[in-house]
Design a binder for this molecule. Structure first.
Ligand code: ZN
Length: 343
């Protein structure tokens, strides 16, 4: 499930620009020390207040770092991000009920079509795989690869072009159908009901999907069980500990409440790995091209008003600047690699 959603202007929330939560960093948020008990009042037909942290399972008590509504799709409700006192993982409260996920993931959330990618998109994916954050996987001898939350399979198609035998898991019926149309072996569902048993894959990827999964530790544990000996797990998530999040606060595009259920940074993702029986072996960050321009629109208008080809061209033009910034500070996408712990 890519975070590179390309929202249409009509998808934005009417009146969102009147929201009072201006671009503030998490540390300057005034509403501190609110636990899960206060969020229980906001439980509804679409959401519920989680009693326990999705990372460590301890009762969820923590500081509210920031709060926002659904800026991308204009869905109902207000949501807070809490940092767990026990493990530090930031998570969204209240949380979407799983049966409501489809209503909050419209088609605009799956912008790429693996069966007919543009030249520019192919170029971007080739860069990601050969020279960018996934180059660590490209250096492995191609084997069997699984992408959990693969969307319409654009990343898998690229790896297939490099000799990998690929398979995907995707809960969206439409996105899974697109991936299947691109010739990818697909399971339309989740890891809970996936058909594979035991060590099957040499590489397993969660490309901007772990932040959407209600029980991330359980999914990572399932993935660890599917890894062959010496296999590599690769996770990419929005980096909660980046300058863009600190600058834009609740108007950081990659926050994407309420679809992002947890908000990770290096040590909290490493904690999830630890509890799932995985050992981190490498980490890198990179900035996602259009995200800065989208965050600027959230800061200026409260919603996305400018999108489409113009935005994509501007984002490409800004690529050298983002590349230079990434030399000095962590980018807004965190990539971590792990292997199964054998102790
Ligand atoms: Zn916790």
């Amino acid at each position: 499930m890519p975070a590179t959603a390309q929202p249409s202007p009509s998808a934005a929330a009417p009146g969102a620009s009147s929201s009072p939560d201006a671009a503030t960093g998490a540390n300057s948020s005034p509403d501190a020390s609110t636990g899960a008990s206060s969020s229980a009042e906001t439980s509804s037909a679409t959401t519920f207040a989680a009693a326990n942290c999705p990372g460590c399972g301890e009762p969820l008590r923590g500081r509210v770092l920031l709060s926002s509504h659904d800026r991308l799709m204009g869905g109902p409700g207000d949501f807070a991000v809490l940092a767990c006192r026990a493990c530090g993982l930031a998570s969204t409260q209240p949380r979407l009920r799983p049966e409501q996920f489809a209503d909050y993931y419209p088609q605009v959330y799956y912008p790429e079509r693996a069966e007919r990618l543009s030249f520019a998109e192919r170029l971007r994916l080739e860069w990601i795989v050969r020279l960018g954050p996934y180059r660590r996987l490209s250096r492995l001898r191609p084997g069997r690869m699984l992408d959990v939350g693969c969307g319409s399979g654009a990343l898998l198609s690229t790896f297939a072009g490099h000799g990998w035998s690929v398979a995907g898991v995707e809960p969206s019926v439409e996105a899974a159908a697109r991936a299947r149309a691109a010739g990818i072996e697909m399971h339309n569902g989740t890891l809970d009901d996936a058909p594979w048993q035991g060590p099957t894959f040499d590489a397993i990827v969660f490309n901007h999907s772990l932040e959407h999964i209600p029980d991330p530790v359980a999914s990572l544990r399932q993935a660890a069980a599917l890894l062959r000996e010496g296999g590599t797990l690769a996770v990419a998530v929005p980096n909660f500990d980046c300058w863009q999040r600190r600058l834009f606060g609740a108007r950081w595009f990659q926050l994407d409440l309420p679809r992002h259920l947890q908000h990770m940074q290096t040590h909290t993702l490493a904690g999830l790995f630890e509890r799932a029986g995985l050992r981190p072996v490498a980490r890198t960050t990179v900035s996602m091209r259009p995200a800065l321009l989208l965050s600027l629109q959230y800061a200026a208008f409260g919603r996305v008003r400018w999108n489409g080809r113009g935005l994509r061209l501007a984002a490409w033009a800004m690529a050298p600047l983002l590349w230079a910034l990434d030399r000095f500070a962590d980018g807004d996408c965190l990539h971590m690699f792990a292997v199964r712990r054998e102790d």
